[in-house]
Design a binder for this molecule. Structure first.
Ligand code: GLC
Ligand code: CA
Length: 547
């Protein structure tokens, strides 16, 4: 009789979710790498931010060829990060602090160190062991050419040839990423069964949700289909190359034989039933990168996943028009399936926002604009400290995309440099050992301890905006965003009659007539003034206004 309407807001719909990259967060035992104890010890810090949930990048058993996204046992913790009991303690202690916990799940591939892959190498072509991956004979004379022209997202061919048990070169296996990350064959039931086991394993331990790695890639079309533009694909997926508009990426990223295959949705419908079979609300967010972005809505249909990352917004230029377009597109496309957008400014795969926008002022203004949008906000560790990409000598780089591109692509290490906690301690309090990536002296000024007591710091801007966001939500700020007319270069919207936002994306102050009496409740930088109904917005500044 009663249709289950989406009348209540789920926790993830308006949450601030903080991404922890465990290896670079906090080291508790002096080996130079962050670990789960380090995260547990800093729960008071996380709590002080006013976030609702943390998402941890992988800490599972792994030879760590791709920062742990090469998993050799998804139901065990890698010794460098701790033990299973640490993961359990982390969930419990975060919960006691009122923080939900999300883990990464990596279903597109396993590590080549996974027992299954070792078994596949030791078995014959056509064997059940090989069928869990994508093995195929090569083309041409002696099978010396890969089965198709697909490129790895980390550059170079997506195929590597194996030496068979007779000592001769034999079949090839598919890896959309590094050669240490063989792709799994989702047509094989062992694969789907194993992931369901992993999902239950962590949900049984109280986990609140999953971030699904490469969620759009699990099914491949016929491996005899060549891709029309392998170079274009690698280019379009590079998050460090800005200025690529929606239509440019769409042109490069349509018809990819290994992304966005329809069958992928069957997996998520099944996973959704598992999530829903647990008490308290468990969720999943898709790391899906598809263009046109309208295709993302399919992943958050009512019987599939709960959220999908908004990468189009993450890469948007600092331009009022482009920001409006991107926000509008996200809201409208997802509204079609009853879903609410997420807003992402950066992550462990992209340049840090301060570096991408080449300005702290712009990053602060972009943050306040983002935190005022209706939907969930993802924050990447260190973003709240205003960190720029780390300065790293090439010989210290570790990212496989740097190595596989022969240095053409600098890779993602810049965003992964450990956090500076304390300006007075060695390695700025991250570790008593040698950090796994060098921490340049310029990071000192961004240390959390220095920002603590400074009311104008990045850290306190984030804290204040998260607190205000919560307060506005309890005061019934509208879920609906309405655009208002404003001068060129200004982003201007309201959410209900009491709350409005002005962002100036230009180099000069701009006067805006807001037609009503307002009060500035938060500004990304000082210098705003109000005279009657005229608000002066300084250059590269966002204001939150209450009327
Ligand atoms: C995702 C991860 C990235 C990883 C890749 C392969 O894009 O975010 O860090 O390298 O998947 O697992
Ligand atoms: Ca450690």
């Amino acid at each position: 009789m009663f249709k289950s309407e989406k009348s209540t807001v789920a926790w993830w719909d308006t949450a601030v979710i903080y991404q922890v990259y465990p290896r670079s967060f906090k080291d508790s035992n002096g080996d130079g790498e962050g670990d789960l104890r380090g995260v547990i010890n800093e729960i008071p810090y996380l709590q002080s931010l006013g976030i609702d949930a943390i998402w941890l990048s992988p800490f599972f058993k792994s030879p760590n060829k791709d920062g742990g996204y090469d998993v050799s046992d998804p139901r065990d913790v890698d010794p460098r990060f701790g033990k299973i009991s640490d993961a359990e303690d982390l969930i419990e202690e975060a919960h006691s602090a009122g923080i939900k916990v999300i883990f990464d799940i990596v279903p597109n591939h396993f590590s080549s160190e996974h027992l299954w892959f070792k078994a596949a190498l030791a078995s014959k072509p056509g064997s059940p062991e090989r069928d869990r991956f994508h093995f195929a004979d090569g083309q041409g004379e002696g099978g010396n050419t890969p089965p198709n022209n697909w490129n790895s997202i980390f550059n170079g061919p997506a195929w590597t040839r194996v030496i068979e048990t007779d000592g001769k070169p034999g079949q090839w296996y598919l890896h959309l990423f590094d050669s240490s990350q063989p792709d799994l064959n989702w047509e094989n039931k062992d694969v789907s069964d194993d992931f369901e086991k992993t999902i239950r394993f962590w949900l049984d331990r109280g986990l609140d949700g999953f971030r699904i790695d490469v969620a759009h890639g699990l099914y491949k079309s016929d491996i005899h289909t060549n891709h029309r533009d392998p170079e274009g694909l690698t280019h379009a997926l590079r998050l460090d190359l800005g200025g690529m508009d929606h239509d440019v990426r769409t042109a490069l990223l349509s018809d990819i034989p290994f992304f966005g295959q329809t069958k992928t949705h069957e997996i998520y419908r099944k996973w959704r039933t598992i999530l829903d079979s647990y008490p308290d609300k468990r969720m999943a967010v898709a790391e899906a990168f598809l263009y046109p972005t309208s295709r993302l809505a399919d992943y958050v249909r009512p019987d599939e996943l709960h959220q999908v990352f908004n990468f189009d917004y993450m890469a948007v230029e600092w331009s009022a028009e482009k920001i409006r377009d991107s926000v509008n597109r996200s809201i409208q496309e997802l509204a079609g399936v009853g879903a609410i957008p997420s807003w992402v400014m950066d992550n462990h795969d992209s340049p840090r926002v301060v570096s991408r926008l080449k300005s702290e002022d712009k990053a602060r203004a972009f943050a306040l604009l983002t935190h005022a949008l209706p939907g969930a906000v993802y924050v990447y560790q260190g973003e709240e400290l205003g960190l720029a990409d780390g300065i790293i000598p090439d010989e210290a780089r570790q990212d496989p995309s740097y190595i596989r591109s022969g240095g053409k692509d600098k890779g993602r290490d810049g965003a992964r440099v450990p956090l500076p906690w304390n300006s007075k301690e060695s390695n700025f309090g991250f570790s008593t050992g040698t950090p796994w990536l060098p921490m340049h002296s310029s990071m000192k000024a961004h240390s959390a301890d220095l920002q603590e007591g400074d009311s104008g710091s990045f850290l306190n801007l984030y804290r204040t905006s998260f607190a205000l966001r919560k307060r506005l939500a309890t005061q019934g700020v509208s879920k609906e965003l309405v655009w208002r007319e404003g001068p060129e270069g200004i982003v201007y919207f309201t959410r209900g009659s009491g709350f409005s936002v002005l962002a100036n994306t230009t180099d000069a102050p701009i006067d805006v007539n807001v037609h009503t009496a307002v009060m500035v409740i938060l500004e990304s930088k000082g210098g705003a003034s109000v005279d009657g109904t005229i608000v002066t917005v300084p250059a590269h500044t966002t204001l939150w206004l209450q009327s």
